[in-house]
Every structure is written in C-alpha cells, then in structure tokens.
Design a protein around this ligand. Structure first.
Ligand SMILES: [Zn+2]
Length: 237
C-alpha cells in the first residue's frame, strides 16, 4: 500500500509547535481522531482551508484524477456549445483527446492510494472543533449565498487537554482501587460475569446467565496492577 507523504516535513506551522510523534500526544490524538485524523493534522494545508481542500491534500493522486475528469467534462461542454454556434471545434477536439488520455493515466496512478473520504474529513474536523482544536470561519458567497467553512488547526490547548485526561484517568484508577479494596468478588468459571459478594448471595452463588457455580476470585494481582499504575501516575505528575 502506498504511504501518505506524512514522513516528509510537516507542511503546516501547526506541527512545528507540537510534536505529533511525542508518545503522549500521539496516543491522545489516536484515541480522539484515529490514524486518519493524525494524517489529516500532518498534511493540513497552510492557512484557512475548506474541507474539500483538506480532502484533496490527503488524497493528492485522487485530486489529480478528479481535476483531469473535470477538464474532460469542461471540454465536452465547450465543444457542444461551439457546435451549436456552428464554430470550428477541431482545436477543442484535439485538446479533449489529450485530456482524456491524461484522465486515464491519472486514474491508473491513483492505484492503491489509501482514500480518506470527504465524510471522514468532516467527522475529524467536527471532533477537533468540539475539542477546541480548530478555528472555523464562515464565509457567505455574495453571489450564490453559499456558506463556506474555512478551517485552521490550533492545537495550543493540547497539553492542557492531556493534563485533564491524565487527572481523570488517575481519579478513575484511585476510585477503582478503592472499589477493589472494599469488595469481595465472585466470578463465573465460564467468564460470563463478575459479582460482588452481596450480588452473589442474591443469585445463591450461581451464575445467572449459565447456571454454573460461582467461584471466589482473588483480586490481589489486579490490585497490585492498579497500585503500579497509580504509582506511575504519581511519579510522572
Ligand atoms: Zn456463567
């Protein structure tokens, strides 16, 4: 499979400010917007751009192919108009033949370029927007009345977000540790479920799903794991 050009120097200044290869940042963004999202940030064109421009930047070979198809369409329309007016079309026909040939080659070149669709681009932009990682300007075309959204990425808040996420994770770990400390657990040997003591007495120590006898679970190893994770957090805090 063809690789995107994201190994090259990042084209936009956003990426000069944050290091996308920092494991902490990479991990955070992977959870938030996935690999396609990271590819989008890496290949984001400079300035304020539309979702279509972003999509073209992510699918450069497809963009070339689409432009070639558009040229063929345009020439066909021009030829038709010229014929209706009784004008000479020889020159246009020649251009059309060349354009058609280019379109075929461009289509072949697309090959296995991994496609990131416009829909995917929009989804990623929306998630980034919700997390305040984009600046979006709306522009109304004076003639057509169409609204155009122009996007820019601004990752300034990312360290703050990661800090917040870490704190939340830490709180969850501590809470989970308390829960494990304060309860006794029974599990189904078929791995259907895990119950605390009171729940297990209610089902008379039988699995409510498969009917097997529930067995006591030693949660010491899990508690040790939680302690280790909590310690790691405290060390890096
Ligand atoms: Zn069971």
């Amino acid at each position: 499979m063809r690789e995107h050009s994201h190994d090259l120097k990042y084209p936009n200044e956003v990426n000069d400010l944050i290091n996308l290869d920092d494991p902490l940042i990479h991990g955070y963004l992977l959870r938030l917007i996935g690999e396609d999202g990271i590819t989008l940030i890496r290949n984001m064109p400079e300035g304020e751009v539309t979702d279509e421009e972003i999509c073209n930047a992510l699918n450069p070979l497809r963009a070339v192919s689409k432009a070639a198809d558009d040229r063929v369409k345009k020439l066909n329309i021009e030829i038709k108009a010229a014929k209706e007016k009784g004008e000479e079309t020889k020159k246009l026909e020649k251009e059309l033949a060349a354009a058609e040939k280019e379109a075929v080659t461009a289509k072949e070149n697309v090959g296995d370029e991994k496609e990131i669709t416009l829909n995917t681009v929009r989804k990623i932009l929306f998630i980034l927007y919700e997390n305040k990682f984009t600046i979006c300007h709306r522009e109304r075309d004076a003639n057509s009345g169409w609204l155009t959204f122009r996007w820019m990425i601004n990752m300034d808040g990312i360290y703050h977000q990661i800090e917040r996420e870490k704190k939340k994770l830490y709180r969850n770990l501590v809470k989970r540790k308390e829960y494990e400390d304060n309860n006794i657990f029974y599990v189904c040997p078929q791995n259907c479920l895990r119950l605390v003591f009171d729940e297990a007495t209610e089902t008379e120590f039988l699995c409510p799903l498969c009917g097997e006898d529930l067995v006591f679970q030693d949660n010491e190893p899990f508690k040790e794991l939680l302690d280790k994770r909590i310690e790691e957090f405290e060390e890096t805090a």
